[in-house]
Write a protein that binds this ligand. Structure first.
Ligand code: PLP
Length: 370
């Protein structure tokens, strides 16, 4: 056995057929390629404010503990989350980013012969975790770029184990009405879990008329995932969590690594959770940025998909890839989303006021030349 080909043929078919996740381009990579600095990245829905002071201070204090294994049960962080959300700690599972929770759910509940349902234009990790365990992805056509709950319900069969729903959805930013979600979850058969991915829930605010956590009291088959990567500004530390029935948390706990969260992430997340000022500032900057960007799109004659997240998909009415590449040359990294079935859109993460203005100028210049 001496070629890479023959070795890779040993991998499971379902893994060989996987298309890897394409992340946003890192700033350092573009710096290396173009030899320029002052690059702005509006490509991965990160918090433009940088990490909060409380989180940074907690990391400093935790540094001397780095020789020790972290608390594998995340007692302090789970206690803080349980208190904040009025839940029990046995309903919480911590993950290396909420991404890991998606993977744990797939590993625990999906297998060849079983099906997972998600929408067209849904988060790219759902097909990956589904296919990685040999289960069958069922992709349901979107309704106005969002989850079509009625159509998704109609696709449920005896083989369905998980329905993945991001609310708001990434990359489209579409928001479902909580009353519609409520009805959908209540109507699920008992052999079928709902994974409600709320990575952006902090940005939704008063647009959500029902608290989704209330559903946990009545639906043992509901898993809600949230993250410290977006509104809490800690994407680099990898910390997310799920809220569910204790039964599901117990199952997820069996398949996770014993020390899946590092000690700096645990300490920082706990501190970040109490940093209301940072969170409020984040939301204010996002709201202002959202209106600045949409005003900018309007004056450029562009349409966009109304977004409840910290990003927005703009419709260029022409292929996005050349525009993306031209923006790179001007030092702006955004996200092409052709791989989400949206070749004419670009997804822009909301930045600081200065970043948003820089981007809009670069976009204007680019559209005039490309
Ligand atoms: C960013 C994102 C996540 C997860 O991010 P983590 O950094 O792994 O917590 C999950 N779902 C959606 C829809 C996202 O956009």
């Amino acid at each position: 056995m001496n070629t890479t080909d023959s070795v890779s043929s040993l991998a499971l078919d379902c893994v060989r057929q996987l298309v890897p996740y394409v992340p946003g381009k890192p700033i350092e990579e573009l710096e290396r390629e173009l030899g320029i600095s002052n690059i702005i990245k509006l490509a991965s829905n990160e918090n433009p404010l940088g990490p909060g002071k409380k989180a940074l201070a907690a990391i400093q204090s935790a540094l001397p503990l780095l020789t020790l294994y972290p608390d594998g049960n995340g007692f302090n962080l789970k206690s803080a989350l349980a208190k904040k959300y009025s839940l029990h700690t046995d309903q919480i599972t911590l993950g290396n980013g909420s991404n890991e929770l998606l993977e744990l759910v797939a590993r625990a509940f999906l297998a060849p012969g079983l099906e997972a349902i998600f929408s067209e234009h849904a988060f790219a990790v759902y097909p990956i975790v589904t296919q990685a365990v040999g289960a069958t992805p069922i992709v349901v056509p979107a309704l106005n770029y969002g989850n079509d709950l009625e159509a998704m319900a109609a696709w449920i069969t005896a083989k369905t184990r998980v329905v993945f729903i991001a609310n708001p959805n990434n990359p489209t930013g579409t928001l479902l009405r909580q009353t519609d979600l409520d009805k959908f979850i209540a109507g699920l058969p008992s052999h079928c879990l709902c994974l409600l991915d709320e990575a952006y829930f902090e940005f939704v605010g008063s647009q959500a008329e029902i608290n989704s956590l209330d559903w946990l009291k009545i639906h043992p088959n509901l898993i809600i995932t949230r993250t410290f990567s977006k509104a809490y500004g800690l994407a680099g530390l990898r910390m997310g969590y799920s809220l569910s029935s204790p039964e599901i948390a117990d199952i997820l706990n069996r398949v996770r690594q014993p020390f899946n969260n590092n000690s700096l992430a645990l300490a920082a997340a706990e501190a970040a959770l109490s940093d209301d000022e940072y969170l409020q500032q984040t939301i204010a900057v996002n709201n202002q940025g959202m209106s600045d960007l949409t005003a900018g799109f309007e004056s450029l004659g562009l349409e966009w998909i109304p977004s409840a997240g910290n990003f927005i998909a703009v419709d260029l009415k022409r292929p996005g890839q050349p525009v993306y590449e031209a923006l790179l040359r001007l030092g702006v990294i955004v996200r092409p989303i052709a791989n989400y079935g949206m070749p004419n859109h670009l997804r822009i993460s909301i930045g600081t006021q200065a970043e948003n203005q820089f981007f809009l100028k670069a976009l204007e210049k680019t559209l005039a030349n490309v």
